[in-house]
Design a protein. Structure first.
Length: 205
């Protein structure tokens, strides 16, 4: 499929401690596992559970990623209100988190080169994941807000095509959409270079 579905469960303070917390996590897990174990949904659905106290704010420190917070601002509340909507994004913290995000995916790419998976399909999936992850990290650092993994390549084509050779991003998008004819020759080394160039650009600018 083209779209990812990211769900964030934000638990009230009343249920983030002790036995109530355990019961709540167990209940969510029982429902989520039905979808996460289904190949049709497992690659599309991402589930995150945080406590109300974990939410980032303008006046307190938080371990919560500002890149995820930026993305969550555009999310639709299925129950209650979206607490991220009123959050003022700290651009310096957002860029710092974007660099960390890109580095994590770059390390993933290096590991794929050093220790190639025996399953070729699994290897391609991990490369696509790393390339799209680095692309999104770059867009976050530029203050882009109205994008998802599914349209990151379109934003690059419109605004940043002169910054990089983003062919690996284009190929990743086609693989993600299960295109039948995709030339993957030199895809891995080019993807490694793309991720490295993203980090260099983020650090130097």
């Amino acid at each position: 499929g083209e779209s990812d579905c990211d769900f964030i469960f934000i638990l009230d303070k009343k249920v983030t401690k002790g036995e109530k917390y355990l019961k709540t996590l167990t209940k969510i897990g029982e429902i989520a596992v039905k979808y996460l174990e289904d190949p049709l949904y497992s690659s599309l659905i991402d589930i995150e559970i945080i406590g109300e106290d974990d939410l980032p704010s303008d006046n307190k420190k938080s371990l919560y990623s500002w890149t995820r917070a930026s993305n969550a601002k555009n999310g639709k509340a299925l129950i209650g209100d979206n607490p991220f909507e009123k959050l003022k994004i700290d651009n310096d913290k957002l860029k710092a988190d974007a660099i960390c995000m890109a580095r994590e995916f770059y390390e993933q790419m290096k590991d794929l080169v050093l220790y190639p998976p025996t399953d070729e399909y699994r290897g391609l999936y991990m490369v696509v994941d790393a390339v799209l992850g680095c692309a999104c990290a770059y867009l976050y650092s530029k203050g882009e807000t109205n994008f998802y993994r599914s349209n990151a390549v379109m934003v690059f084509e419109e605004k940043y095509k002169d910054k990089f050779n983003f062919e690996p991003l284009q190929i990743s998008q086609r693989l993600r959409l299960a295109a039948k004819t995709v030339d993957t020759k030199d895809f891995i080394p080019k993807s490694l270079e793309f991720c490295r160039n993203v980090i260099t650009e983020l650090i130097n600018n």
